[in-house]
Structures are given as C-alpha cells and as structure tokens.
Design a protein around this ligand. Structure first.
Ligand code: ATP
Ligand code: MG
Length: 295
C-alpha cells in the first residue's frame, strides 16, 4: 500500500535512538498516520549497515498482533560506496500512546492487573519471535509500544539476533545493559557461552514487570548511579530483589521465575504463559485499557 516515500509527510519526531530517528508521518493518499524510522549511514559506519539490514529482514517477516507491524522498508543505501551510504527507512504502524517508558513516566507505576495483561502480551510476542528463532535482545520499556486501544506491542529489532542462522545474522552484542541477563553481562561466571539465548529475553521482561510495579528501575536503589559497574554487580551478584510489600504471591513468584540468575533454572516463555499471574488476567482485556489511555 505504501509505494513511495514521497507520499509521506513528516510531522513530528517521536523518538531518537541509537541508529536513527523515528518520525510521525502522514500518508497523503491513505489519509493515515504511520511511524517512520530512518537509519542513516555514512561512509565510515558501513559496519552498522548489516544489523540494519537484519532489522529490515526481521520486520518484513514477522506478522503478529503482538509485534509492531512494518508496512514497508525502503533501502536507498544499496550503494554503500556512495558518499553518504544512504538510509534505510521503515514505515511502521503508528502507536499513538507511545512507549511503556512514556506511560511509566506519566503514571509512575502500574497496578498488578494491568501488568498481568502487559505480561501476557509481551509473552505472546516473545513466544511468536522465539518460534521464528528470533531473539529480541533489547526488551525494555522504550521498546514496548502502546496504541490507542491500549494494546502493547514489541518494537525495535535493532540488536536482535537470529539463532541457528535461519537467515544471515549479525552477532553484535549490543543492547541496553540495564536489562541484560547475568549470562550476557558476565558469560564466564554464568555459563553464557552455551546459554539458551531466549532466556535473556525472559530476564529482561522480568526486570520490566518489576519496574512497572515499583515505579523505578528495580535492580539498583533509586539513589544509585546506573553506571556499568553498579549495574553489573546488581545483575550478577545481588541476592535479594526489591519487592513491593503488597505484591501478590503470584506476582512475586512470576518475577522471581524470570529473574533467576542461572538461565538453566529460569522459566521459559511457554511456562510463563501458563503462570497463575498471567492466567489470572483480571480485566480480561487485550489491552491496558482506560487506565493507561485516560492519562
Ligand atoms: P533505542 O536505541 O533507544 O532503543 P532505536 O533507535 O532503536 O531506539 P526505536 O526503539 O525503534 O529506535 O524507537 C525510538 C522511540 O521512538 C521509541 O522508544 C518510541 O518512543 C518512538 N517510536 C518508535 N516506533 C514508534 C511507533 N511505531 N509508533 C510510535 N512511536 C514510536
Ligand atoms: Mg528502542
């Protein structure tokens, strides 16, 4: 449906990321809004084209209600010898409410019944991706987007990885270290060499769910500086989890199963989909509901 980048009118900037900028755009012929992610390359950064191509490859193949849809990919950079190397642009469905990071900034923290719905959707998304041999590797609040129906979807495959070479993959070890699993932060100590890569996504999701209930990043104290050394110590060595007193036993168990330091003991996505905390699904809705939408 979207044949030409020129049909899109840039309106505002929705976000800046590592590799590029995301714009809210208007399609003049379809009379609809989309999000346009533009990754820029220059001559000296040819190396980062490969992951970008993988991100495009992944986005073109995934088709799930739990993943942000990509309607078109424009690759103007086939000529990497060119002065500017060119851009890759992704036309994605526009997620009106923004990211879970924005939602948390506004609401400070979420209620358990909302987190239960959120967890279910993220797990369904991960279940789908893992079934396609795709590890997301960057699950964090700013990569979980919310639309005006309150539906949460997984976005941003910038550092994702395809296991077992289903299609050409990059092996970059990037990603936000705050949400990284112990086996990725310290592979030697936590048996990361032969770790099940999918377990890393489960860890990150657990951190996000606990953050939603606490209202701040959970692994370090609110006053602590989130530098690499502090985070690494917290992820790899901290024995106790900060858990809200009023958290239900189901929630506590759910998070503990995700934040099992040893990836061999950590729950899998399919186990978690049957967890009482997720099954409970109090509000029986597919979205976060009025709670999030009303602001
Ligand atoms: P980062 O490196 O910070 O993860 P990134 O360059 O990989 O960022 P994205 O995560 O894809 O880029 O997008 C950055 C931000 O832009 C998101 O956190 C979100 O706020 C906004 N954004 C991205 N895609 C959409 C979308 N489809 N609809 C609405 N907002 C979006
Ligand atoms: Mg991102």
């Amino acid at each position: 449906i979207i044949k030409n980048l020129c049909d899109l009118k840039k309106l505002t900037v929705l976000g800046h990321g590592n590799g590029g900028t995301v714009y809210k755009v208007y399609h003049k012929k379809n009379h609809s809004f989309y999000a346009l992610k533009v990754l820029r390359f220059n001559k000296n950064a040819i190396g980062i084209r490969q992951p970008a191509t993988l991100e495009a490859e992944i986005l073109k193949r995934v088709d799930s209600p739990y993943i942000v849809r990509c309607h078109a990919v424009f690759d103007n950079g086939t000529c990497i010898e060119a002065e500017n190397g060119g851009d890759i642009s992704f036309v994605m469905e526009y997620m009106e409410v923004g990211s879970l990071h924005d939602v948390l900034r506004q609401h400070h923290r979420l209620r358990e019944e909302v987190i239960s719905v959120l967890a279910k959707r993220v797990l369904e998304g991960l279940n789908y991706l893992h079934g396609m041999h795709i590890v997301h590797r960057d699950i964090k609040p700013s990569n979980l987007l919310v639309n005006d129906k309150g539906e949460v979807k997984i976005a941003d495959f910038g550092v994702s990885h395809v296991v077992e070479g289903r299609f050409e993959g990059s092996d970059s070890n990037a990603g936000t270290c705050a949400y990284m699993s112990p086996e990725r932060v310290d592979p030697e100590r936590w048996g990361g060499e032969n770790a099940d890569e999918f377990a890393g996504d489960v860890w990150s999701m657990g951190v996000v769910m606990l953050e939603c209930l606490l209202g701040h990043f959970p692994l370090i104290g609110p006053g602590q500086r989130p530098d690499w050394a502090t985070l690494m110590c917290a992820i790899c060595f901290a024995e106790k989890l900060e858990m809200p007193e009023k958290a239900s036993p189901e929630f506590q168990n759910f998070v503990r199963r995700c934040l099992e330091k040893d990836w061999r003991k950590r729950a899998t996505v399919s186990e978690l989909l049957h967890h009482p905390f997720v099954k409970r699904n109090w509000c029986c809705s597919s979205g976060l509901g009025d709670y999030v939408l009303q602001g």
